[in-house]
Each structure stands twice: as structure tokens, then as C-alpha cells.
Design a protein around this ligand. Sequence first.
Ligand code: IPD
Ligand code: CA
Ligand code: CA
Length: 264
Amino acid sequence: MEIIEILEEAAKRVYNNVKHLAGTKESGTDHGVGAGGDISRRIDIVAEKTVLDYLREINFECTVFGEECGLVELSTNPRGFIIMDAIDGSTNAVRGLPFFCCSLAFTPEDKLSSVTDGVIMDLHNGDLYSASKGKGAYMNGKKIRVHKEKPIYFVVGVDISGISPDVLPQLAPILSASNHVRHFGAVALELAIFARGLVDVFVDLRRKLRITDVAAGYLIALEAGGYVVDENGMPLDSNLSYDKRISFIAAANKETLVDVMKKL
Ligand code: IPD
Ligand code: CA
Ligand code: CA
């Protein structure tokens, strides 16, 4: 079985196991603070257990770098790391807002830039986004591309939740210049819809994102022909660390990226 197929199967199992939970009171039960620093909710725990159980079932030799469970060594001779955000958009999932996903990536090395495979499953409708390095990005098996033509409406995604007051002014020129600003509440799925060409730019400068939030979405966006850089215009990279915080700018083409960077 190819690694991408393993990630896809794990995400499908999460979809089946959390379908009935989303939007229920039970989904939001408090399970203490997870490795990523947020409160783990029941739906997060059920989703992570689904992935871990499946990896154990097929004896996939790896170390899991999970947003809630932390590092879980499933072998003494691992092939690499599974970077797991089993539920991205937990707030939406608990409230029943139909925008949350499962994000899984594989890297043979302890580095974000070494990610070779990424899968994002929309857990509301079962849409599956995937990419393997050098092989393009896909949605439900069909190739996807970022939006390269001049759009009728130029749509900008910006995450400003909990942004610190010193970073907010940096975003003001972008917000003022954009008639169509969107933020849906699950960064991985937002990167997937960027990859699919539904938004032209996606910016998160809060210095809050974790490796788990972006690992799969980063590869899918790049493989769909997008540009994704950090706040200094450099390629995103980091070791797999729970302390690392990330900002990024994703743009559908070079011209747009340069324009956004100039405004910052
Ligand atoms: C969160 C979502 C959200 C973003 C937060 C993330 P979680 O992930 O991606 O859109 O604003 O910064 O932490 O906690 O739902 O996995
Ligand atoms: Ca997340
Ligand atoms: Ca999560």
C-alpha cells in the first residue's frame, strides 16, 4: 500500500467515526490540554484514536506527531513521521458549523519541507484532497489547480482570530484593498480550497499556527501550483516541534504574491 493510500484510508475512517458526533454536546467534552496547547475535545480524541488504531492495525512503522496526543512511537524502526491534525477546525466541529477536516501528512525526516504526502478530508461532506510530492494535487481523484486566471471576484482569505494588536496594523492595507475577505475556521481546509482555486490569496500572520495545522495543506497548495511563503517571503520550514509557530502567505500566482508582500 502506498503511503498516500494509508493516509486516505485513515482520513476516511475518521470521517465515518465522527459523522454522528459533530455538533453534539458530547463532541465538546473537555479532555484536558493537548500537546499543541489547546483543550482537547471529545471529537479530537475520537478522531486521533481512529488514526492511531488504523496505523497499529496495519503495522505501519512510524512515529506520530499528533496535535493532541503528542509524539507516539509505533515502531522502534520508524519509516518517518505522520503529522496528524485529526480534527482541524474543532470549534466548527463542536458547534456543528460545516467546515472542519482531518489533516494528515507523512515525512521521512523531522522537517516540514520534507513532507512527501498530504491528505485533507472535509469531514462535513467527505471531499478528499491529496498530494504526493512531484505528482500534483487532487480532489476526489481529479487534478486541481490554484486559480491562475484573472478572477471575476478577487477573494482573499485572512485569519485574524486572536491576532495580537501589534500584528493587526500590518494587515490593514490588505484588508482595505480587498472587497471579498473570508475566514472559515479550519486552516488546513482553507489551504485545500485555495489549492482548488476558490480563493486567490490566503494570509495568516498571527504567528499562531502549528506544524500540524499546515503540513498537509502546504504540500497540497504547492502541488496545485500555488506559492506559499513565510512572513519574510521564504519557503516554510521547521523541525517537527510543538513550540514552533508559523505565519504564511499563500498566493495563486507570483504577481499576486509580490503585490501582497509589498502591502505588508
Ligand atoms: C485551528 C484552526 C483555526 C485556526 C487556529 C487553529 P484546531 O486548529 O485551524 O482555523 O485559526 O489557529 O489552531 O485547533 O481547530 O485544530
Ligand atoms: Ca489545527
Ligand atoms: Ca486539531
